[in-house]
Ligand binder design. Structure first.
Ligand code: FA5
Length: 344
């Protein structure tokens, strides 16, 4: 009997270890320990043995049963662990899934490009508030209350009380020129700065006009700053920005904060000046306004009148990006259509 128990136990353990399926182990449990199993018959028959035989066989039979049960449990644990490991298995040679990455908005790209070019020429970057006092946006840059220059830019007024002292209203700034006097009040010449920023105008939108857009102001002040310096810096900047040699042309114009004032054009980035549909056959593209800083502006900043000279210029960032990337409608920039922004 003892031999038989030993044989069943060994056979059961060998079969259990050979089995790779949890369902198959359940079959083995029924075969070896189930009601109809040979082993169960042996256990049932114990009662018919005499006392001495019972003492010898009983504990061996119980131990064999426990060994088979332990072997089954351990094998089940091992197989479950193997299944988990299989689930976690990584094929490091498999081609990766393409992860969608965010990217910069075209206006940010252009702004950073411009900043890089100017900082490489020794310019510093200055900043000012978008919600601005009427004083810095208009009065300080020589656009007093009754001045016709104020009508040139339609303004979003935050507060404007009739009869209040002039210059005390609050506006959404209409131009980055609003930072000129702010900066000059706390800095002494010589200096050269750029002022990138968002500006707002209460005007109807169309393919080339937005109510919210970005401007780029440059301001250079010293004792001997001239229009020739402006031309050199402008040509250097635009040539680097567009990656080809471009010329700058000045046309007389009027801005209250400069005297003399200019509109400036660059040679057409498409045809190089020969004339094409982009430049309406003129060979030139309008870029922005510029001029020599008006002495009244220096005075508003607290500088001695006549002591310094400087030039200032301002242009629209969206318009420049449109030229560079051949974008036909300014409204794409803030329209929120990812099919547009994904292209950059
Ligand atoms: C000004 O804002 C002056 N502050 C520029 C300046 C600075 C002149 C320093 C002299 C010295 P203007 O209103 O023309 O000027 O605007 C400058 C540029 O902003 C324009 O040439 C154009 O590129 C852009 N711009 C103006 N209005 C809009 C608009 N509604 N939408 C998009 N871009 C605009």
């Amino acid at each position: 009997m003892l031999e038989k128990i030993k044989k069943i136990k060994n056979e059961a353990i060998v079969n259990i270890l050979k089995t790779d399926s949890i369902a198959e182990l359940e079959n083995l449990r029924i075969n070896y320990l189930g009601k109809k199993s040979e082993f169960n018959q042996i256990l049932k028959g114990l009662k018919d043995l005499n006392e001495e035989e019972k003492k010898a066989v009983g504990p061996e039979a119980n131990k064999a049963k426990k060994d088979i049960q332990d072997a089954l449990e351990k094998r089940i644990d091992d197989l479950e662990e193997m299944v988990d490991t299989e689930k976690e298995w990584i094929d490091v040679t498999a081609p990766g899934k393409k992860i969608k990455r965010g990217h910069l908005h075209p206006i940010t790209i252009v702004q950073r490009d411009i900043e890089d070019i100017f900082t490489s020429m020794g310019f510093e970057i200055a900043d000012g508030p978008e919600v601005e006092s009427e004083f810095y946006n208009f009065d300080a840059v020589n656009v007093p209350e009754e001045h016709p220059g104020r009508d040139m830019q339609d303004t979003f007024w935050i507060s404007k009380e009739e009869g209040r002292e002039k210059g005390t209203g609050t506006v959404l700034r209409t131009q980055t020129s609003s930072v000129q006097v702010r900066y000059m009040q706390t800095h002494k010449p010589p200096f050269r700065i750029i002022i990138p920023g968002r500006v707002f105008r209460q005007e109807a939108t169309d393919a080339s006009h937005e109510h919210t857009f970005h401007q780029f102001e440059a301001l250079v002040v010293g004792k001997k700053v001239s229009v020739a310096n402006f031309l050199y810096i402008a040509e250097t900047f635009f040539s680097q920005f567009f990656g080809k040699k471009l010329n700058v042309r000045l046309r007389p114009s009027y801005f209250p904060f400069v005297e003399p004032g200019f509109e400036f054009d660059i040679s057409c980035t498409n045809c190089g000046g020969k004339g094409c549909s982009s430049c309406k056959q003129t060979g030139w593209l309008e870029v922005g306004g510029a001029g020599m800083v008006h002495q009244n502006v220096f005075e508003a900043a607290g500088y001695e009148k006549g002591k310094y000279q400087g030039f200032a210029w301002g242009f629209g960032l969206e318009r420049l990006a449109m030229m560079k990337y051949k974008i036909d409608d300014i409204r794409h920039f803030h329209g929120g259509d990812v099919r547009f922004t994904r292209q950059f």
